[in-house]
Structure formats: structure tokens, C-alpha cells
Design a binder for this molecule. Structure first.
Ligand code: ME8
Length: 519
């Protein structure tokens, strides 16, 4: 039985079109989902849009729309983008979905039955942009009397009757959870959360009465849930809460919530506290990735440096974008991007190294061997190359991807690609054509086997391109899993079947920078 694996991204605010950060997080999650599938696990992958709350209500009013119209329109752009980016999600959840309202009310009732909810008056600071409450002592004083949230967003003084959740009651189990190795990664994010709990937890305001765009609080007219209560609940809605059933048994608790560093507090303090209160199991891991910066600067509408991820994908190709984002940035840290960095990296590593390797090898097999595979005798150089490639693809890349060290796994893969290119140069199969045709065949077929391993291993990152290489090699769709890397008989089976290799067409074209772009 395949071991189940449930992963989620954050659900995105559809108060505007998706930006590069949304693309980054969702691509990374997709790489993980594909990776786990290739490892043989039964994966459920959820993403979606977070449609309630004051931020959505205000934005809609500003645009003269209803929140529902804004959510419908923008959520559509997210789905369109994720389709273009080849995101293999199983469910795109919208918090306006009917089953989600039901799940949110169910977890609310469970917390209420626990005695963890009480009615009182909230007086304090709120950031609409973060949809977050802040303590006075967390705020940053700026020029004049203005105060900003720790994220640098404006805050407003709020007073209203609300329901409170007894967060203060859960300090001890939360500290224990935060100190559980592997629960919150990267580990560097843990200290901040531990310090937050140790400073003393305040009970949390979990409903609003000053607007009505949200999930209704059961039995409490005029109250809608605080948007984060319903937002976090999406993770269990999607696997069948509160009804239970096969999907629930299989997939909850989640294996991974993949989110950005700015929302770690919600996922490692509020969310586990709600779950403990409702007697539900806790997610196994929360990973807070870093931010993507445009040439080192945070994108913002006022700076006019906002990149449309759809445009990047259309201009450079989806797999080029996916590869660049994962290979360039150490996952967990902030990273910088620019069109020229993308073009340079993709040309050097995919077009000139891996792409060229596949193109040269397959061309020579098609031309010099009539495209026919034959059994061959390997020598020490061939065996050494085979071992290097097998280790990178079968051990190093999977070990690093499992830890979400995507760039480190890709580096190991790339070292194996470079080893293949060095081997081609050393062995010079084009020269062997006349002097030692048997040796030429051994060299080309050693490369053929190596390319198959390299293509299988890199599929999570560049699914379409790796698939195209595997098609050219003649690797069947059922034999592209990581377990197939260890299959010693596949090559002999292809030889026995009389497999022929056609003249290849290049899979990784070189990218060009439009001339107006700075070099
Ligand atoms: O926070 N680089 O939604 P959101 C990388 N609805 N990641 C970025 C980024 C950047 N420049 N900017 C944002 C929300 N992100 C809530 C989540 S989950 C129950 C509710 C990440 O649309 C951000 O960290 O503001 C978050 O993980 C995701 O994009 C959605 O951000």
C-alpha cells in the first residue's frame, strides 16, 4: 500500500492578481508533490484562495464590486496561472465553498464545546493588510505618531464586541510542539515563535461584528469568524472534516504545510491551538520559506516593480521558470530574481549542459548507430560515470528534496550532468567512430543510460521537458518512477525489443533576453 502524503500551500488572498511569491510557493509545493508521487506515495495536494475578511471587503468596495465578484474574478486568475505553471493540485479550495463553511462552523462548535470561546470586547490594534491583531509592544514607532506592524504594514485601533479563543491556555503544549524536532522548519524560525509564546500568550479575538463578509458564527447573530479561523480550517475541509471517512483517515494529519515566513505565527501557534482545542491531530510539519525579491527589492505596486508570473512563464517557458526559482534560491532563505539571472542560469545549466548532452548523444546514436541500441561491454570509465549518475539521481537528489533542500538536490544532479559532459569530452565518441566503433557504441550507450537517470530524477522540477527527453529516449510512461532508477534490466529489455532512436529535436532551446533588458 502506497504511503499517503498530504501537502498544502497557503491559500492566497485574491484581492489582486497573483504575484511572483504566489507562483514561487506553489511551484515549490508542486515539486514536492511530484517528487513524492515519483517515490511511490499516494499524494494529496491542496491549494486555493482565502476569500473572506476585511481586506477583501475593503478592496471590493474600492473597486465598486461585491466581495464575491472580486473573489470570483481573482480566484480565476490564480487557477489560470496554476494551470499554466503545471501545478498538479488535487483540489483548489475556495473558502467561499459550501463544504468549507460547514467545516469552519464545525471546528468552531468543537472549540466552543471545549469551553474555549467566550464573548468579550476587543480593544486593540489590527492590520488589515496582514489580517492580524498586534500587541502594543510589538508595534514599530515611525516618524510622527504613526505605528506600524512588525511586518511594516499600517495598523488601526479597533474596538468591538467579539468572541475570544482561550489561546493563553495552550502555552505549554505549544512550546512542546515548537520544540519537537522537524515540526517547524527551517529551525531558524523556531526561536522567534518560542519567544512569542514565552512572552505570554493573550487570548485571541476570533470574530468580527463591524462587517459581515465571512463565515457566520453559529448561534451568534452579527458575528462572522475572524478570517484566519476559517482560512486555516481549509486544510481539514479539503480532506473531509467534519464527516471523516476514507480521505480523512488517509490524509489527516497533513505531512506538510508549505507557507511563507510572514505567516508562521498563524500556522505554528494559532492553528495547532485550534486543533488541540477541537481534539484533532496536529500537522507533522510546517515549512516557512523565504521571500522572493526583485533584484533584491520587495515588489510593490508603489515601486512599480511588480512582475507578472504569467508573463515570465510565457516569455521564458514554464519549466525554465520552475527550474530557475528552485535552483537559484536556497529554500527557506530569501532570494533575488531578475530576467537576466534566469536567462543566464537556464542557458548554462539546462540548454548548454543537460539539453546539449541529450541532443548530442541521441544525434550520434541516431546517426552513427542507425538509432539501434545494442548490448555492450563497459570499461572502468563507463562504470565510474554510471556510479556518479546513479548516486546523484538515486541518493543525493532524493535525500535533499525530502528535506526541502531543493537547490542542494539540483546541485547534486547538475554535478552529475557536468560529469557526463566531461566524460563525452574525454571519450570523444566522434573520434572513436573510425578507430574503434565498438568502443564508440559503449560510450554512447553509457551516456544514454545516464541521461535516462538524469531525466527521471529531475522530473519534479521540469516535468514537461524531462518528459520530452524520456519520450525521445523511448522510456515508457510507466517506467519513470524513482524505483525504476534501480531497475537493472530495462536497458537489456529495450535492446531485446529492438528499440530505435529517432533523430532528436532539441528539448531545451537557448533563451534570449529582449534587447531593452539590461545585460
Ligand atoms: O498570507 N515571496 O495570503 P497571501 C515568496 N491568505 N512568498 C510570498 C511572497 C514573496 N514575495 N509574498 C507572499 C496569506 N508570499 C493568507 C494565507 S493560509 C491559511 C492563509 C507567500 O496571498 C506568503 O508568505 O498574502 C504566503 O505563504 C502566500 O504567499 C500567500 O500569501
Amino acid at each position: 500500500m502506497a504511503e499517503p502524503y498530504y501537502l498544502t500551500t497557503a491559500i492566497h488572498y485574491p484581492n489582486g492578481r497573483p504575484h511572483i511569491g504566489h507562483a514561487y510557493e506553489t511551484i515549490a509545493a508542486d515539486v514536492m508533490a511530484r517528487f513524492q508521487r515519483l517515490r511511490g506515495r499516494e499524494v494529496r495536494f491542496q491549494t486555493g484562495t482565502d476569500e473572506h475578511g476585511l481586506k477583501m471587503a475593503q478592496k471590493a468596495r474600492e473597486l465598486g464590486k461585491t466581495p464575491r465578484q472580486l473573489a470570483d474574478e481573482m480566484s480565476g486568475y490564480f487557477r489560470e496561472l496554476f494551470d499554466v505553471l503545471n501545478i498538479s493540485y488535487d483540489r483548489f479550495i475556495r473558502t467561499t465553498d459550501a463544504d468549507h463553511h460547514r467545516a469552519s462552523q464545525a471546528i468552531w462548535k468543537a472549540m466552543e464545546e471545549k469551553g474555549d470561546l467566550y464573548l468579550d470586547r476587543y480593544e486593540g490594534w489590527y492590520s488589515v493588510r496582514d489580517e492580524a491583531y498586534y500587541d502594543e509592544k510589538e508595534l514599530i514607532e515611525v516618524e510622527g505618531d504613526e505605528k506600524l506592524s512588525p511586518q511594516g504594514t499600517p495598523v488601526e485601533w479597533t474596538e468591538e464586541e467579539t468572541w475570544f479563543f482561550r489561546l493563553s491556555k495552550y502555552a505549554e503544549p505549544l512550546l512542546e510542539l515548537l520544540n519537537t524536532p522537524g515540526f517547524l522548519e527551517p529551525a531558524s524560525r523556531r526561536n522567534e515563535m518560542v519567544a512569542f509564546v514565552e512572552r505570554g500568550l493573550q487570548d485571541l479575538s476570533v470574530s468580527r461584528t463591524s462587517f459581515d463578509w465571512g463565515v457566520k458564527v453559529p448561534g451568534s447573530d452579527g458575528h462572522v469568524m475572524y478570517v484566519w479561523v476559517d482560512a486555516l480550517t481549509n486544510y481539514i475541509t479539503g480532506v473531509g472534516y467534519p464527516d471523516g471517512g476514507e480521505m480523512w483517515e488517509k490524509f489527516w494529519p497533513a505531512d506538510l504545510h508549505l507557507i511563507g515566513k510572514d505567516i508562521v505565527r498563524f500556522h505554528t501557534i494559532y492553528w495547532p491551538a485550534f486543533l488541540i482545542s477541537a481534539d484533532l491531530p496536529l500537522p507533522k510539519k510546517v515549512f516557512g520559506h523565504g521571500f522572493l525579491l526583485n533584484r533584491g527589492v520587495k515588489e510593490s505596486k508603489s515601486l512599480g516593480n511588480v512582475t507578472d508570473p504569467m508573463e515570465l512563464a510565457e516569455r521564458f517557458g514554464v519549466d525554465a521558470l520552475r527550474y530557475f526559482l528552485l535552483a537559484e534560491v536556497t529554500f527557506g532563505q530569501d532570494g533575488s530574481y531578475s530576467a537576466e539571472a534566469l536567462v543566464n542560469k537556464v542557458n548554462a545549466e539546462l540548454a548548454n549542459s543537460f539539453g546539449n548532452l541529450a541532443q548530442r548523444t541521441l544525434s550520434m546514436i541516431s546517426k552513427n548507430m542507425d538509432g539501434k541500441l545494442e548490448s555492450f561491454e563497459s570499461n572502468a570509465a563507463d562504470d565510474k560515470l554510471a556510479l556518479t549518475v546513479a548516486t546523484a539521481c538515486g541518493t543525493e537528489l532524493p535525500r535533499e528534496f525530502e528535506k526541502l533542500n531543493f537547490s542542494v538536490g539540483i546541485e547534486a544532479w547538475l554535478r552529475a550532468v557536468y560529469a557526463c559532459n566531461a566524460y563525452v569530452d574525454e571519450q570523444a565518441p566522434w573520434a572513436l567512430k573510425k578507430t574503434d566503433p565498438e568502443r564508440m557504441k559503449a560510450v554512447l550507450q553509457t551516456l544514454y543510460i545516464a541521461i535516462r537517470d538524469l531525466a527521471i530524477a529531475i522530473q519534479p522540477v521540469v516535468p514537461e521537458k524531462a518528459g520530452a527527453v524520456l519520450d525521445q529516449l523511448g522510456v515508457s510512461a510507466e517506467s519513470r518512477n524513482y524505483a525504476d532508477l534501480a531497475d537493472a534490466g530495462w536497458f537489456a529489455a529495450l535492446v531485446a525489443a529492438g528499440h530505435t532512436i529517432e533523430k532528436p529535436t532539441p528539448v531545451f532551446p537557448r533563451l534570449e533576453l529582449p534587447s531593452e533588458e539590461p545585460a
